[in-house]
Design a protein around this ligand. Structure first.
Ligand code: EPU
Length: 419
């Protein structure tokens, strides 16, 4: 699978209508949270992507039955084996850490190899462990394994060490069945965190403050089965909007939740992209004379780090000097070295900041996809480049985007998937 490549012939204007799928980053914690009940769960609008198969492998290893077809995933965790989850299973995906809280709650014991995933710099697990310790979980010393135990978690008032997304999700999943009341301050509030809370409330949890940085949770004794539609993927929506804009295309993107992307729309306007927002869709129009801007990532509702690389691809076509400031990760400007092969001349000031001068006549080249979003960034650049671009390691793109090549081709792109 790692040897698959995309061959892209640039310069095609995108036109037509395309639908956004379900959110990967909402589906993953929600699937892990299905272990909090012994009753059946049905999830719809689940994206058909590599990470969903990876998380199902872990469920199967735990003895949990799943059924996945037509974007519907059925999970029934009648019993959950109390076993150590080995490195082979968790190394593919950093989000495997989402099993920490559900397994601890369900079995009173969790043993998980340190998760892997995209190479995005140092990403400590402190936020996860300190939240679980606040409820009284015992973290046992082990260098190669995350090993936690409890005789019963107790709700607590605490502040997250940082607004970590999956850290907050673990903190929520542990609190819903803990004894008594919990207040989590500095909680992450990304749309996927909100979707997890809505799902848990359908299961019978009592979470309030959803969408804010302070969550209040009243522990309940039991959670029940339910049906839930995974929220639309605002990161895919943003990527498709940028694909339309970078090719000067005219595209209607359906199943968008506009308020998930407030700052993104502001930044698009600042660059000079013309678009019209409706309740559940956006129409992007051909826009010339794009202007350079300052782009700074931060936690929700600010500009998402996961759209930084795709947005920078658009900024290569904007006049003037754009300043990119990635505040979350220290490995998320790596794709600029790939864009350099396509004739961009980025000035990388340090691991977090860069300047790019546009507009650039991008040229096709042999480039690499270094993580999910970096892959989307180089793919967008390739759509605007002259000639052919070959992207290797597209496994990363497939981890997070459902058939992005097919979706873009349906709008007139020329992307070939080759071995
Ligand atoms: N961080 C800060 N300040 C903060 C919050 C985080 O510096 O206020 C740092 C952390 O130290 C860490 C990084 O930012 O280095 C990310 O932290 P976080 O724990 O929030 O990331 P995560 O929970 O591991 C999730 C997403 C990522 C997304 C990040 C940031 C899932 C399954 N993963 O990861 O998604 O980039 O939040 O929004 O939800 C992707 O989809 O491609 C992806 C990598």
């Amino acid at each position: 699978m790692h040897s698959h490549k995309f061959l892209i012939t640039g310069g095609q204007k995108l036109e037509g209508q395309v639908r956004v799928g379900g959110s990967k980053n909402a589906a993953l914690p929600i699937i892990a949270a299905a272990l909090l009940t012994d009753q059946p769960i049905t999830l719809t609008n689940v994206p058909d992507i590599a990470d969903i198969y990876t998380i199902q492998h872990i469920l199967h290893f735990l003895g949990v039955v799943t059924e996945f077809a037509d974007n519907t995933l059925k999970i029934h965790a009648k019993a959950v084996a109390n076993v150590e989850i080995p490195h082979e299973l968790v190394s593919k995906m950093r989000a495997s850490i989402l099993f920490l809280a559900p397994l601890l709650v369900r079995n009173g014991d969790v043993r998980l190899a340190f998760p892997g995933g995209c190479v995005l710099g140092k990403r400590p697990v402190d936020a996860h462990l300190s939240a679980l310790e606040a409820y009284g979980a015992e973290v046992l010393e082990d260098n190669e394994l995350l090993h936690l135990q409890t005789k019963g978690l107790v709700g607590a008032k605490f502040t997250m060490t940082e607004a970590s997304v999956t850290g907050t999700e673990n903190a929520i999943m542990a609190a819903v069945l803990a004894k008594g009341k919990t207040t989590i301050r500095l909680a992450a509030s990304e749309p996927h965190v909100q979707d997890l809370c809505e799902f848990l409330n359908k299961m019978g949890a009592k979470i309030t403050g959803v969408g804010t940085h302070t969550l209040r949770i009243e522990g309940v004794k039991k959670l029940k089965g339910c049906e839930h539609k995974i929220t639309s993927d605002y990161l895919e929506a943003g990527t498709l909007v940028l694909a339309a804009a970078i090719t000067q295309g005219e595209v209607e993107i359906l199943d968008v939740v506009p308020h998930h992307l407030d700052i993104f729309w502001q930044k698009l306007r600042e660059v000079g992209v013309k678009f019209e927002l409706e309740e559940d869709r956006v129409r992007v129009f051909p826009s010339k004379h794009l202007k350079a801007i300052r782009l700074q990532t931060a936690i929700f509702p600010s500009f998402p780090t996961d759209l930084q690389a795709p947005f920078t691809a658009l900024l290569t076509q904007a006049k003037g000097t754009s300043f990119i400031f990635e505040t979350l990760f220290d490995g998320r400007l790596q794709y600029l070295y790939e864009l350099e092969k396509m004739k961009l001349k980025p000035k990388i000031l340090n691991p977090y900041q860069a300047e790019i001068e546009g507009p650039v006549d991008l040229k096709g080249a042999f480039v690499n996809s270094c993580d999910i979003r970096a892959g989307a960034g180089v793919l967008l650049a390739a759509l605007a480049a002259e000639g052919q671009t070959e992207i290797s390691n597209i496994y990363y793109i497939d981890r997070g985007y459902e058939r992005l090549d097919e979706k873009l081709n349906s709008l007139g792109a020329k992307i070939e998937r080759v071995k």
